[in-house]
Design a protein around this ligand. Structure first.
Ligand SMILES: Cc1cc2nc3c(=O)[nH]c(=O)nc-3n(C[C@H](O)[C@H](O)[C@H](O)COP(=O)(O)O)c2cc1C
Length: 394
């Protein structure tokens, strides 16, 4: 990382600002262990995502081990530079501060994971276990801001949005069963001074640590938290963002129409019920359809091309490429009218898939990239589509 040239990164609050001026929500892609690596982030960025998260990186390992650094965090020095937030798992202020200091030259901001429900993480007081340690979370973000300031980065919130050295510090949380605890948590982390705050923005996944992801998000919790805090700190919703026309809350619709030439176009329904929500974060649905924010109702072949092209330049293990493709070539995630899957006002998503279940199983048997590209070309020819084409790298 040390050999990289000076890279300039847009401040995340600037992106919130631009989206607000465009009267739309900010579009972000979620941290996903294993999946949200460079090639995927570049793909979703090319299809309308404004801001991308890395997978959670364990700060302690990252600080101590050069190999952990090399394998956990890759950025691009050529091609599209998706604005990136590096997410850490940490439970010691100095560890988060040091890891943040190491990545600050190569990203737009850093984020603390307070939502991972996995038992190994909670046993180590990482992830969702931090929802019971609000003072520690506050201390971690305060220490991180101070370290970044000492390093010469702009951590002055809105005052630094046009500063090329401006960086953000944020947290991603779940909610408690008793929402008063979540209010106390956020109040503590933001800090006592109403004129400033310890985090640039906040991501809320409105499920508790024990709520399965098949249970719809707690909309009442989201309404309460955005109305309480949304004027003081920009808030992103993570959870059940399946499609722009099937958000998990009622909206006024201006659903975009996707064509292969408008990948950079963004359009959004304005939320009626959540006036203080600033943005959306999608995980599972974006895995299935990286063109979700461009308004594509299901994954287009062009997104498969983009992903393959990016994966060739920022290599991923074949097994991971196959996993991504089996997600992208299957049906989109979201409500299909059969009753499950959330979604506002009965909206449904297009469940047509690029490959049948049988074809996806056959794809998984491909033993190398050449066989994989040949296999996909063959399926596309059968479907009357053009074969693989190198997308415009610009
Ligand atoms: C495969 C996978 C990996 C995830 N890894 C992380 C992670 O590293 N950090 C994190 O904060 N959340 C992680 N999450 C949670 C998501 O970021 C998101 O909050 C959750 O899946 C709800 O959003 P969705 O309904 O759009 O999937 C992960 C989710 C999935 C499906």
């Amino acid at each position: 990382m040390a050999e990289l040239p000076n890279l300039e990164f847009v401040h995340p609050l600037k992106l919130f600002d631009i989206a607000k001026k465009e009267k739309r929500l900010l579009y972000t892609s979620a941290p996903m262990v294993r999946y949200s690596k460079l090639a995927f982030r570049q793909t979703v960025f090319e299809y309308g995502t404004d801001l991308c998260w890395t997978p959670m990186i364990l700060a302690k390992e990252f600080n101590r081990n050069r190999f952990a650094r090399d394998s956990d965090f890759t950025i691009s020095t050529a091609g599209p530079q998706a604005p990136t937030i590096v997410q850490f798992g940490a439970n010691v202020p100095q560890e988060l501060a040091r890891a943040s200091s190491l990545v600050a030259p190569f990203c737009s901001g850093v984020d603390l994971n307070c939502g991972c429900p996995q038992s190994w993480a909670c046993a180590e007081t990482l992830g969702a276990a931090l929802m019971e340690r609000r003072e520690l979370v506050r201390d971690m973000v305060v220490e991180t801001r101070e370290q970044l300031r000492r390093d010469g980065w702009g951590v002055g919130l809105e005052a630094d949005i046009d500063n090329p050295k401006g960086r953000s510090v944020s947290v991603k949380i779940r909610v408690h069963k008793d929402l008063r605890k979540t209010i106390d948590f956020i109040t503590t982390v933001l800090g006592p001074d109403a004129n400033t705050r310890n985090i640039d923005f906040l991501t809320i996944h409105p499920r508790t640590r024990s709520t399965p992801s098949s249970t719809p998000i707690n909309l009442d919790a989201l309404e309460l938290l955005t109305s309480t805090f949304g004027t003081r700190v920009p808030i992103l919703l993570s959870g059940d963002v399946f499609a722009l026309h099937a958000l998990p809350f009622p909206t006024t619709h201006s659903a975009p129409t996707f064509t292969t030439t408008n990948t950079k176009e963004k359009s959004t329904p304005l939320p009626l019920t959540l006036p203080h929500l600033s943005g959306l974060m999608s995980a599972r649905a974006l895995l299935r359809n990286p063109a979700l924010y461009a308004g594509a109702s299901s994954c287009p072949w062009s997104a498969v091309d983009t992903f393959l092209s990016r994966a060739a330049r920022a290599p991923l293990p074949l097994k991971l490429v196959l996993h991504h493709l089996s997600e992208m070539c299957g049906p989109a995630l979201g409500p299909d009218g059969s009753g499950g899957g959330g979604g506002g006002e009965g909206a449904t998503v297009d469940k047509s898939a690029l490959l049948s279940k049988k074809e996806r199983a056959a794809m998984m048997a491909c033993g190398n990239m050449i066989d994989l590209v040949d296999f996909l070309d063959e399926r596309r020819r059968e479907a009357g589509e053009h074969g693989w084409q190198q997308p415009d790298p610009g």
